[in-house]
Design a binder for this molecule. Structure first.
Ligand code: 9WN
Length: 459
C-alpha cells in the first residue's frame, strides 16, 4: 500500500488540484448537465456525463444524480441512450446538430428533447455504483435508484436485443463516434473501405475547427466525410436498427465498448442486489459478454484483444489502448492477463522519459500511424488511463496501478485540465477546462491513501 510519504505531492498541493477540478466542473455546469468543455462541446454527451457523475459524486450527491437523470431523460423508446442530448439554448456552434441528424425520423425518438441518432460506451452502471458508494443521503439515494435503475437495465437490454445479431454477448458499434475514440487508427481499415468517390456526401460545415485548436490535432476532412456518410445511411433508413445493420459498412464489435458494458453490468448487479431486485438476467449478460470478449476478440498471434469487423469478418489487428480494456472486466483468462501486462510494459505503450512516464498512450508508439498530438491517434487520455488503472488494480498489478495513478495526477498538475496529452512531452492539447479530466482527477485523488473529501476544512 502506498503511503503518503511515498507520494510526490503534499496534502496542500493535492487539495489545490482537487479544488481546481471542482471549479472546472462548476464552471461547465449548465444546470441539468455539465458541458464537456466550455466552447468546443456545448451539449450533453453520453459517456462524458457518466465520468462527470463519478467525480461529482464525491462532493455533491444530488448534482451527480441529476447528471445521469438528465441523460436518461433523453433515452429513446427502444432503450438507446443517445450520444448527444442537445442544449437548445446553444445551437449553432457544433456540427452535427439536430437538423443534420434528423433522428426524429425514428419511431423510437423521444418527443420532449433533441438528440443525435447513435449511442456511446455505457459507463453509467459504473457511475451509478459509485454514486451509491459515496451517497450520504440514503433516503434520497433510494428514491433515485428506484427510478433510474430500470432505465439502466433497459439501456443494456437495447444492446443485447438490437446490437448482438449472433447472440454472442458482443455489442456492435455502427459509427466511430459510438466508440468514443473517434479517429483511432483501428477504424482506418474499415473506414477506408468506404470509397469516397463512389458515394454522395451531403453538404456540411465543420464547426470544431473554429475553436483555436490546430487542425492537425483533430480528425481529418476525409474522416468527417465518412462520419457524415454513415449518418446519411441512418437517415435513409429512418434509424431502424435492423435496416441499418443490413446496409451499414461500419459494424464493429469493439473490446473497449464491450468491456465497459460488462463492467457496467457488474455495477448494475451491485445496485440490483442493494435494491433487492432479481439480477439473474444481468449476470447472464455479464458472463456472455466476458466470454465473447475472451473467445472472439483475442489474437493468439499478437497477445492482444482487437476489434472484430462484422462486415469483413475478421479482427482489426491494430494495437491501441483499447486492446487492454478487457482488464477492466473479468473477461481475460489468467494467461491473457499476463500477456496483456507484458505488452503494456513494452516501449509501444510505456513511454519512459528521463524522470517521468506519462502513462498509457492511446496507440502503439511504434505504430506507423503514431502521432503524439492528434486526438485518438497517440495522445494520453485521462478517461482511458482511469479505466486501465481500475483494470490493473482489479487484476492485482499494484505497482503499475500506482504509477498510472501518479501519472494522471502529475500530468494534470503540470499541464492543466486539457482534453488530451502528448505521451512524449506530457504537454496538454485540445480544449482546456475539459470536464472528464477534472472529474476523474477527483476520483483518482480520492483513491489516494488519504481521502481529501473526508477533510471538510478545505472546502
Ligand atoms: C464526437 C465530448 C466528446 C467525447 C468523445 C470525443 C469527442 C465528439 C467530437 O468529444 O467527440 O462525439 O465532436 O469530436 O472523441 O469521446 O465524448 O467530449
Amino acid at each position: 500500500m502506498n503511503t503518503q510519504a511515498e507520494l510526490p505531492w503534499d496534502r496542500q498541493e493535492i487539495r489545490d488540484s482537487y479544488q481546481e477540478a471542482v471549479s472546472v466542473l462548476k464552471g461547465n455546469d449548465f444546470g441539468p448537465f455539465t458541458k464537456p468543455a466550455p466552447d468546443l462541446y456545448p451539449h450533453q454527451w453520453n459517456w462524458d456525463s457518466g465520468f462527470i457523475a463519478v467525480g461529482i459524486s464525491h462532493y455533491d450527491q444530488i448534482r451527480a444524480q441529476r447528471e445521469l437523470s438528465s441523460l436518461f431523460d433523453a433515452q429513446w423508446d427502444n432503450g438507446m441512450v443517445p450520444q448527444i442530448v442537445f442544449n437548445m439554448d446553444e445551437l449553432g456552434d457544433y456540427f452535427p446538430e439536430p437538423d443534420f441528424w434528423q433522428a426524429d425520423r425514428s419511431n423510437e425518438y423521444p418527443d420532449h428533447v433533441e438528440t443525435s441518432g447513435i449511442t456511446m460506451p455505457p459507463v453509467h452502471g459504473i457511475a451509478v455504483e459509485k454514486i451509491m458508494e459515496n451517497a450520504s443521503d440514503k433516503a434520497q439515494l433510494d428514491r433515485w435508484l428506484d427510478q433510474i435503475f430500470p432505465k439502466l437495465v433497459q439501456s443494456h437490454a437495447f444492446f443485447y436485443r438490437e446490437r448482438d445479431p449472433h447472440n454472442e454477448g458482443l455489442t456492435y458499434i455502427r459509427h466511430p463516434w459510438e466508440s468514443g475514440i473517434d479517429n483511432s487508427p483501428a477504424w482506418d481499415p474499415p473506414l477506408k473501405e468506404i470509397d469516397l468517390d463512389s458515394v454522395t456526401i451531403p453538404s456540411y460545415e465543420r464547426k470544431d475547427l473554429d475553436h483555436d485548436i490546430p487542425p492537425d490535432q483533430r480528425p481529418g476532412h476525409e474522416d468527417y466525410d465518412r462520419y457524415v456518410h454513415l449518418i446519411d445511411i441512418y437517415r435513409k433508413h429512418n434509424y431502424d436498427e435492423s435496416a441499418i445493420y443490413d446496409d451499414c459498412p461500419f459494424l464493429i464489435q469493439d473490446p473497449l465498448f464491450n468491456s465497459i458494458l460488462s463492467r457496467s453490468t457488474e455495477g448494475l448487479i451491485s445496485v440490483g442486489k442493494y435494491l433487492g431486485r432479481e439480477t439473474t438476467q444481468l449476470e447472464d449478460w455479464r458472463d456472455r459478454t466476458c466470454r465473447g470478449i475472451r473467445e472472439k476478440l483475442w489474437s493468439e498471434e499478437h497477445g492482444l484483444f482487437f476489434p472484430y469487423d462484422l462486415r469483413r469478418q475478421k479482427l482489426i489487428e491494430v494495437p491501441t489502448a483499447m486492446s487492454f480494456l478487457p482488464l477492466l472486466s473479468r473477461s481475460p483468462s489468467a494467461e491473457q492477463t499476463r500477456e496483456l501486462y507484458d505488452k503494456l510494459e513494452t516501449c509501444s505503450f510505456c513511454p519512459m522519459h528521463e524522470d517521468s512516464c506519462f502513462s498509457i498512450p492511446n496507440y502503439d508508439m511504434e505504430g506507423e500511424e503514431f502521432d503524439p498530438d492528434n486526438y485518438w491517434r497517440g495522445p494520453v487520455w485521462i478517461n482511458i488511463n482511469w479505466l486501465l488503472m481500475k483494470g490493473l488494480k482489479r487484476h492485482g498489478y499494484q505497482e503499475k496501478f500506482r504509477s498510472v495513478r501518479a501519472d494522471i495526477i502529475e500530468l494534470i498538475r503540470r499541464w492543466g485540465f486539457r482534453e488530451y496529452f502528448d505521451p512524449l512531452s506530457g504537454k496538454g492539447y485540445g480544449t482546456d477546462r475539459f470536464s472528464w479530466t477534472a472529474a476523474l482527477l477527483i476520483d483518482t485523488i480520492e483513491s489516494l491513501p488519504f481521502r481529501v473529501s473526508d477533510d471538510k476544512s478545505f472546502r
